[in-house]
Design a protein around this ligand. Structure first.
Ligand SMILES: [Zn+2]
Length: 300
């Protein structure tokens, strides 16, 4: 029996999780690599291809979920704040050149959502909206488990304008939702100002959450403000999409107990949709699994 497998890699700003799945055999994690983005894309791609070929000299196909804006049809990473200096990068050709296998490349949020549906973390029926709250805000629209792309880039919720002349965003626009409900925004609400460049004692969201759970009033207030911005964005999405449910993931979703209430209050004041918002449990596997299944499904 052939041991050839479909491979999936979830390339994030910190780690790259690599796994594989057979035609009829289950998914397994094969390696966790340090992305070390500042050393450049080629080093990581060499390491990734080496990991694959060592275990499987003739991989059937490789799926890649990568943090950033992805031109899925051409397999190109077009823009990535988390992987500085990498874009534009023809990921599909780079992978094919190293492994001899065809590659399917998608945004990491879409591949995670694809994996989360297959593992039952997100229901596979109805219209479901997946939102990652982290440094930026990513999103995926799922119609009966199928990712909706539009012309290719649907789900970039983080760049939905929520303040027309608000904060400048690295994308070139102003007032993007992720400037108000991303990681830096929570820190800003806690401090009551922008942190200065090189400031060393700035707490991260995990520390602010810890302070809030211990009753620190500035931290609790920061989560109230943060939650209201989460609710505002979700209400706009509900008005546009009327989904069966929202599913939150990402680092800040771990503090959802601290912001769900203000988010819900803001949401219900701005739309008539029921508040149907839950969090997706942390999964180190779903991204690589989703990427591997995208590769397998593209060949069947
Ligand atoms: Zn933006």
């Amino acid at each position: 029996m052939s041991n050839r497998r479909f491979w999936g890699a979830d390339i994030g700003g910190t780690t790259t999780v690599v796994g594989s799945v057979g035609r009829d055999s289950p998914f397994r994690i094969e390696a966790v690599l340090s992305t070390l983005p500042l050393r450049g894309a080629r080093r990581l791609l060499d390491e990734l291809a080496g990991t694959i070929l060592n275990a499987d000299p003739e991989p059937l196909a490789v799926g890649v979920g990568i943090a950033g804006l992805v031109d899925r049809r051409r397999g190109i990473l077009s823009f990535s704040p988390n992987l500085p200096g990498w874009a534009p990068l023809d990921v599909a050709s780079e992978i094919a050149g190293r492994t001899g296998a065809g590659a399917v490349v998608d945004n990491d949020c879409n591949s995670f959502a694809y994996g989360a549906v297959r593992t039952g973390l997100i229901p596979s029926d109805g219209l479901r909206v997946f939102v990652t709250l982290g440094t930026g805000i990513g999103g995926t629209i799922l119609d009966r488990g199928k990712v909706i792309y539009g012309t290719g880039f649907a789900g970039e919720f983080g760049h939905m304008a929520v303040e027309s002349s608000g904060q400048a965003c690295p994308c070139g626009s102003t007032g993007c939702w992720e400037r108000y409900a991303g990681r830096d925004a929570l820190v800003r609400y806690y401090l009551g100002r922008e942190p200065s460049a090189g400031e060393e004692t700035v707490p991260d969201p995990r520390e602010i959450a810890e302070l809030a759970r211990n009753g620190d009033s500035a931290a609790l207030k920061a989560f109230d403000v943060y939650g209201a911005w989460v609710g505002r964005g979700l209400a706009s999405l509900a008005n546009c999409l009327s989904p069966d449910g929202f599913y939150l993931a990402g680092g800040l979703a771990n503090a959802s107990d601290l912001f769900m209430q203000p988010a819900c209050a803001e949401f219900t004041g701005r739309c008539r949709h029921p508040w149907c918002v839950s969090t997706v449990p942390d999964s180190s596997e779903a991204g690589a699994l989703g990427a591997a299944l995208m590769a397998r499904d593209s060949r069947t």
